[in-house]
Ligand binder design. Structure first.
Ligand code: PLP
Length: 399
């Protein structure tokens, strides 16, 4: 069937964080929300149908994960990535952020450092600090509007820079964001291999957050970290979920793939009593999305590509002081606003009070995000255009 992504749907009064929290977060009701990472689009019809059917049963007791749900994850990994996983590797959770916290508790000791690559999704920082550890920031390098990994710094953070001459590292965990929120990179096989080799050499564990892995712009391919080699597979947890891909975040259901039994057991021990079993509707939606959601997904990605091209043209022609870091994946666009010559506080006030758009402030992703803003473009093009018009008017008014 043909989906209509141009349709404007009022999300107010639906317990919707993005629209109903606008006043609380941005201080005014007339701010156009382009922040929280969900979409202003209705979901694929087969998911709605599966949910409707399940509601008709009218008993919603405690859940277990049926072989059929697990099989839908196993089949999707094979179909999308040619990654063959075993059913027993799949662990269902109530989200990916709880997994980041649980992993820090499971695989570190208080006081340890954990590697992340700023600027990065803010819960990466808090998952570490809230659990008694500190951040080792392997800051990404911005070269010609393209973010790259600083491998030299990564090696030296692990303490293995001098060709293994230094004592073995105390860092035992890294949280990778792949594709990367907010900078939009889809890490290549070569980049993943280099990172993975450093992980293996230092006997560390990788948590690879691949929640945006199916949201790709034309020409880009997602390779799960674990699919690169058996050695990588045995040293990682890969976080997969239908929540971003199919707009199901409110159903709080993710599938974490943990091939190594020892790592899986440690993770499960750390989550016991804290992270409950997943939501019954979340599991129904996950299975329907993974089995029957591709027709919708293909059309969504076409629409998203057009939104990105529209935005790129708009900034280049009408707001050239803001430079777009062209994303390779995700529906989040990282805007380099340093050309406006404002400090963090003024930029934040400018977007809210003058432009009246609700974007994410870059510095919430780490210190190197200062001067940037993150815009969510998973919305009808008229909404995107309205947001861009607002920014354009506000920038022109400052000239
Ligand atoms: C990289 C990344 N990980 C995790 C999440 C949230 O995951 P969950 O809602 O499953 O906790 C987001 C949401 O924006 C994200 O961008």
């Amino acid at each position: 069937m043909k989906y209509d992504f141009d349709q404007l749907i009022d999300r107010r009064d639906t317990s919707c964080a993005k629209w109903d929290d606008v006043e609380a977060v941005f201080g005014s009701e007339d701010i156009l929300p382009m922040w929280v990472a969900d979409m202003d689009f209705p979901i694929a019809k087969p998911i709605t149908e599966a949910l409707r059917k399940r509601t008709e049963h009218e008993i919603y007791g405690y859940t277990q994960t049926s072989p059929s749900v697990i099989e839908s994850v196993v089949n999707r990994m094979k179909r999308r990535y040619n990654w063959r996983i075993k059913p027993e590797w799949v662990v269902f959770t109530t989200g990916v952020v709880p997994v980041l916290h649980t992993a820090v508790r499971a695989f570190t000791h208080p006081g340890d450092e954990v590697i992340i690559q700023g600027p990065v999704y803010h819960p990466f920082w808090s998952a570490i600090t809230a659990n008694g550890c500190s951040v080792a920031n392997n800051q990404l390098k911005l070269i010609n509007r393209h973010y790259e990994i600083d491998f030299k710094d990564l090696e030296s953070k692990f303490g293995s820079g001098a060709g293994g001459m230094l004592p073995s590292s105390r860092i035992k965990l890294m949280l990778l964001c792949h594709p990367h929120n907010p900078v939009g990179r889809v890490w290549t096989q070569e980049e993943l291999s280099r990172v993975g080799e450093i992980i293996i050499k230092n006997d560390a564990i990788m948590v690879s957050d691949e929640i945006h892995g199916e949201l790709l712009f034309r020409g880009f391919k997602h390779i799960p970290f674990a699919a690169i080699s058996e050695e990588f597979e045995q040293n990682c947890l890969v976080c997969m979920a239908p929540s971003k891909t199919f707009n199901l975040a409110g159903l709080s259901t993710s599938s974490i793939i943990i091939p190594n039994k020892k790592i899986r057991d440690r993770f499960n021990a750390a989550r016991t009593g804290i992270m409950s079993s997943p939501n019954i509707f979340g599991l129904v939606a996950l299975e329907a999305a993974y089995r029957y959601g591709d027709e919708w997904l293909e059309q969504f990605l076409e629409y998203l590509q057009r939104n990105l091209e529209f935005l790129m043209r708009y900034f280049a022609e009408r707001i050239p002081d803001i430079k777009v870091i062209k994303p390779e994946g995700t529906y989040l666009v990282w805007l380099d606003c340093r050309g406006l010559g404002m400090d963090t506080t003024s930029l934040r006030a400018f977007m809210r009070e003058q432009a009246r758009v609700g974007l994410e402030d870059g510095d919430t992703f780490g210190p190197s995000g200062a001067g940037f803003q993150r815009m969510n473009i998973a919305c009808p093009q008229t909404t995107l255009e309205e947001g861009l018009n607002r920014i354009e008017r506000a920038v022109k008014a400052t000239l």
